[in-house]
Design a protein around this ligand. Structure first.
Ligand SMILES: CC(C)(COP(=O)(O)OP(=O)(O)OC[C@H]1O[C@@H](n2cnc3c(N)ncnc32)[C@H](O)[C@@H]1OP(=O)(O)O)[C@@H](O)C(=O)NCCC(=O)NCCS
Length: 333
């Protein structure tokens, strides 16, 4: 990326948060005609975490009220952001910009990042970024650009309560979605930094494939069509990023795809020529958490010691819009 100050960004902290309510495929079978076998075979999902919805233990609780204090997009974002700051040895007062990637904000107005910024004591500005499931990678490129423009430290969070816009009567997609948040701290480093190549895109003619209206019943999706196009655009975007980074696929230590469906993740990896052993996956545990899915998988890999300084990581996602985004990133300083 060519930007004003001639400096780049490095990831120096990371953290994640999942609501404690776990919804298994067996729980899903109480909603409509389906089975654990069908869901696992078609999607790879075994469990997902719900911040709210029909599976709360406390029947007296209002549906939108957090079950345990971490039930909104903001509260999940705050927890993941707090852990990322702690890991980086920083506090909110060190942060010049908060970017909250979400497609399920807590309110139509204002941006959810305002409440998150206040809770974490962020000194600088804050904004929401909605690029659906490609959101976190859009955010990573945006945050790196802002560091190039002069901000020293950015807190980048992907956080979702997708179950608030899930239609639990629709068996074709209700089993897919979950809630959660993942965050990273980005700090300025001299020289080009860790973003080696990137690609962002959107094809707005494909809006009808996946959408949720303000006053509609929830998510509406043409699953097979999304599946087909997702594989195609993710592969093309990843290849564009690799080419711009001048990085060969053999140099990729870890591929962190959007966690939408294990079959999409496997198909993309196989077309890129990557073995499954180099694919980060948390989908069996989280389902599709949109903007939170890539940071949840990245944080899981980092926390498990799968990443060492100098490793080159490929991130790639796609989502409603239809959006897509990919980035080649060097782990470490
Ligand atoms: C949703 C998805 C898992 C469905 O898998 P699929 O293999 O495409 O399944 P199909 O839609 O072809 O349905 C197959 C059959 O299962 C049935 N079915 C649908 N939902 C079902 C459910 N929950 N349980 C059991 N059967 C179900 C269908 O009615 C269909 O029956 P038929 O063959 O008798 O017509 C898959 O299309 C997908 O993951 N798409 C991408 C979604 C995505 O990534 N969205 C997020 C983008 S960010």
């Amino acid at each position: 990326m060519s930007v004003g100050t001639g400096r780049g960004a490095a990831i120096t902290g990371w953290g994640s948060a999942l609501p404690p309510t776990v919804v298994t495929n067996a729980d899903i079978t109480t909603l409509f005609e389906t089975s654990d076998e069908w869901i696992v075979e078609r999607s790879g999902i075994r469990r997902r975490h719900h911040a709210s919805g029909p599976f709360v233990a406390d029947a007296d609780r209002a549906p939108t009220e957090p079950a345990d204090g971490i039930g909104s997009t903001a509260t999940l974002a705050i927890e993941a952001g707090r852990l990322a700051l702690e890991r980086a040895g920083l506090t909110g007062s060190d942060i010049g910009l908060l970017v909250l990637c979400t497609t399920s904000p807590d309110q139509a107005v204002p941006a959810t990042s305002a409440a998150v910024s206040s809770a974490l004591g962020v000194a600088g500005g804050a904004m929401d970024l909605n690029a659906a499931c490609a959101g976190f990678t859009y955010g990573l490129v945006t945050a790196t650009g802002m560091i190039g423009a002069g901000i020293d430290r950015v807190l980048l969070i992907g956080a979702e309560t997708l179950t608030r816009v899930t239609n639990f009567a629709d068996r074709t997609n209700a089993f897919l979605f979950g809630d959660g948040a993942g965050a990273v701290v980005l700090e300025a480093v001299p020289g080009p930094g860790c973003l080696l190549g990137w690609d962002l895109g959107v094809d707005g003619s494909l809006v009808p494939l996946l959408y949720a209206d303000h006053d509609g019943p929830g998510m509406a999706m043409r699953g097979q069509e999304v599946f087909r196009r997702a594989v195609r655009v993710t592969v093309a975007s990843a290849e564009a990023s690799l080419e711009r980074a001048k990085v060969g696929i053999d140099e990729i230590a870890l591929f962190v795809p959007h966690q939408a469906n294990i079959r999409i993740m496997e198909a993309v990896a196989s077309r890129l020529g990557l073995p499954q052993s180099r694919v980060a996956s948390v989908i069996d545990e989280t389902g599709n958490t949109s903007s939170a899915s890539i940071p949840l998988a990245l944080v899981d890999a980092a926390s498990a010691g799968r990443l060492t300084d100098g490793d080159v990581v490929l991130l790639a996602g796609f989502g409603a819009g239809m959006t897509w985004a990919s980035a080649v990133w060097r782990w470490g300083g």
